[in-house]
Design a protein around this ligand. Sequence first.
Ligand SMILES: *Cc1c(COP(=O)(O)O)cnc(C)c1O
Length: 367
Amino acid sequence: MSAEARAARWVRPQIRALQAYHVQDPGEAIKLDAMENPYRLPDELVPAWLDRLRRVPLNRYPDPAARALRGRLRAQLGLGTEAELIFGNGSDELIQVILLTLAGPDRVVLAPAPTFVMYRMIALFAGMRYVEVPLRPGDFALDTEAMLAALEAERPAVVFLAYPNNPTGGRWPRAEVERIVAAAPGLVVVDEAYAPFADDSLLDAVGQWDNLVVMRTFSKLGLAGLRLGYVVGPPAWIHEFDKVRLPYNINALTQASADFALEHAEVFEAQAARIRAERSRLLDALAAIPAVAPYPSETNFVLFRVPRGQGRAVFERLRAQGVLVKDLSGQAGLEDHLRVTVGTPAENQAFLKALHTALAAHPPGTG
Ligand SMILES: *Cc1c(COP(=O)(O)O)cnc(C)c1O
């Protein structure tokens, strides 16, 4: 039997039907596709960081509870006894831990659409049914009535709400999110990956609801390479998740680096403030282009619409000019939409220049 045939015989059909998560090779391009912070750790901090790493005993397993990091983060977030915390190898891993904890063949995961693609992928990995409630066409507002109806009809084990949402960039009204938390029969995960760039957070509501947890990540803050995320929630939930987490999921270098980063939190806050200021300049510049319609953003990216049928072509013309953005135009509900990460002022300028050129080009096939 060939390996192909044997794999086809044994790999679960749901997995065989999936496409692997595709990451574009950036080459030499200006990389504005993945919501990375464009700023590195400042040069003057690098020696102190390396000194910290030098002392990490690589022959030993990492602290399974990440105690030093945990203590510092708890203090910075001001968590009390109502809230426990669990770390993941990126928040992606925590989505996996949560869904493996709550999975069952007839169990449902509910989320608005479009939203972060990993909710759906991991729900399928875990053998759960994934139910989507479309956002309102035109402005991608949350359809709260439809969400409440779906809660009633589907009784989901887990609801994911990205607050603010990716890939649309906006933040839904807090009161709407709270209505959903109040009505949900199971767990609600409020994903605050973009908290450094947002005007509100539900972290202060943890403990007020018995079914609310808040998920965050270090990735969008400037530490995507570390792979570190966390969930804050009532101890009863977190202790169950902790049984499913693999014991050494946060490596020793990440623990030491994240602890160092938290000691210098003001550096990352200053970078986030620069990105927010740059975001409003980018939004203004996009709004001034007649062929383009940007959406409001409380994240470090901007979603924008280009003329009908032009999404792929504009993406390709940007790439040909050395600027890589995310082409969403192939996804249902996101036809004609591209997403650009806020970069440095120079990167954003290069993007805008390339976009003007891309829009000025004749559409393919019209000569
Ligand atoms: C980027 C992103 C994440 C992934 O974060 P990692 O910690 O890098 O795994 C989670 N949720 C949303 C909504 C995101 O946009």
